[in-house]
Design a protein around this ligand. Structure first.
Ligand code: GAP
Length: 441
């Protein structure tokens, strides 16, 4: 992984965010009461909300705001011939070495000939290790019932190309998009949710006339970079990095990564590949079904080329958290604050009655119910108001709505802004339109 001088400088940030994730309920080690399972995580209440918001932000930009992309939701287990044709059975491998001294296993390309566990140079020759998880479909564990958990969602879109083409009457350029779980038996997972064996992918396969693919590749690089900026990552923490020829995946003619400056250095957030007609051609040959598009305007049939922006939702969530984490001082008191984009924050609004007294309950519940129809809200009436504000700052809630005893008289509430801590007094009637206007998209 390439690093830069300004990176490797911030281990404190990584620790602070990992710690916050556990303490506040974003991410838990999986099955912790059984000692966990290496590099596998469960998403807690706040993590489940935020991951959903990351997916929705992607869906909004890639599907909802366009008229040339349609979604699908394909199966995780599919016919194993898909993985044979796609090249994953033969080439979806990492080079694996064993340390003869301590028996630890490593990806040869990540350790420069030295075991990171014991420092020994006594390593085996590198051999290819297939990253796909193998399982059996049905009750018989035979070669004929072998199936694989998908290592990418992309193939679900290639094998459905014809179905989508005919049912939606699309023509290139158009895209098929999908969000879903993917599984890779990574040799060295790590860095929290950066590299895990189960993760979530957000992928677009954009089918174009062959000659247009370089132009579309450039277009999607720009679009995807802009998406991370739109949701709050500063430009200086993002860059585009074209792959060297020897780095390219087996299907790619050109790939550019969107990279983020993680606390340990620049790391991949997303790969934008020009997959040419590699996949459609492979499935056409293996299945015997023509996957060509007939262009009525020119009277020609051709296999479209594919430009693929493929992003990790779980990895993107981690980058958004790292980019948003901040510490500052309010009224002489230090606070941790997640300056998340309002659409990514687990809760958009916290409803906070100043006191637990019954007199405030009806109006507080009324405010909560009005807001819940539009935003994800948390209701909190415990502890001092200052502590509740700190808690909401730390989990990134952009707005707190406070109900006090005066609210009973004047039907007004106070809206507090997470970033500036500014407070605005507003009629209850105006709170929903006011916040809708400030939440952005
Ligand atoms: N269909 C193309 C494809 O899957 P990829 O570069 O292998 O491309 C796309 O994966 C994105 O998925 C990566 O940029 C990364 O964000 C995420 N990703 C890949 N492996 C991952 C892992 N083991 N854990 C978490 N995220 C991962």
């Amino acid at each position: 992984m390439p690093t830069s001088p300004e990176s490797a400088t911030n281990p404190g940030l990584f620790e602070a965010v990992v710690n916050l994730c556990k303490r506040r309920g974003f991410v838990f080690p999986s099955a912790e009461i059984y000692g966990g399972i290496r590099s596998t995580y469960d998403y807690g209440p706040l993590g489940a909300l935020m991951l959903r918001n990351v997916r929705e932000a992607w869906w909004r930009a890639m599907i909802q705001e366009r008229d040339d992309v349609v979604p699908i939701d394909a199966a995780i287990l599919t016919n194993p011939r898909v993985w044979e044709a796609s090249g994953h059975l033969a080439t979806f491998t990492d080079p694996l070495v064993d340390c003869r001294n301590c028996k630890e296993r490593w990806r040869a390309d990540q350790i420069e000939g030295v075991c990171l566990n014991c420092g020994s140079r006594d390593l085996t020759e590198a051999r290819p290790f297939n990253l796909m998880f193998k399982t059996y479909v049905g009750p018989v564990e035979a070669e004929s019932s072998v199936a694989y958990l998908r290592p990418e969602t992309a193939q679900g879109m290639f094998v459905n190309f014809l179905n989508v083409l005919t049912t939606t009457r699309r023509k290139p350029p158009f895209g098929i998009a999908q969000i879903g779980r993917a599984f890779r038996n990574e040799i060295t997972p790590g860095n929290f949710v950066f590299r895990t064996r189960e993760f979530e992918l957000m992928e677009l396969e954009f089918f174009v006339p062959p000659a247009d693919s370089p132009r579309w590749h450039e277009y999607w690089c720009d679009q995807r970079l802009a998406w991370y900026r739109r949701y709050g990552i500063a430009s200086e923490k993002l860059r585009l990095r074209p792959h060297e020829t020897e780095e390219l995946s087996h299907y790619s003619a050109a790939t550019t990564d969107v990279e983020f400056l993680f606390p340990w250095g620049w790391g991949e957030l997303e790969g934008i590949a020009n997959r040419t007609d590699f996949d459609l051609r492979a499935h056409q040959e293996a299945s015997g079904t023509s996957l060509e598009y007939f262009d009525q305007a020119t009277g020609e049939s051709y296999l479209p080329h594919v430009v693929e922006p493929a992003a990790g939702a779980t990895r993107a969530m981690m980058a958004f958290l790292l980019a948003a984490y901040d510490e500052d001082e309010i009224g002489g008191e230090r606070r941790a604050v997640l300056r998340l984009h309002p659409r990514l924050a687990p809760y958009q609004v916290a409803v906070l009655p100043l006191s637990k007294k019954d007199t405030l309950a009806p109006v507080s519940r009324d405010v909560l119910h009005r807001l819940q129809r539009h935003f994800m809200c948390e209701f909190d009436e415990t502890q001092s108001i200052g502590r509740r504000y700190r808690r909401q700052d730390e989990i990134g809630t952009p707005y707190c709505v406070t109900i006090d005893f005066e609210s009973l008289e004047d039907q007004q509430v106070t809206v507090r802004d997470r970033d500036s801590t500014e407070q605005t007094r507003l009629p209850i009637e105006d709170v929903v339109p006011h916040l809708s206007g400030r939440l952005g998209n």
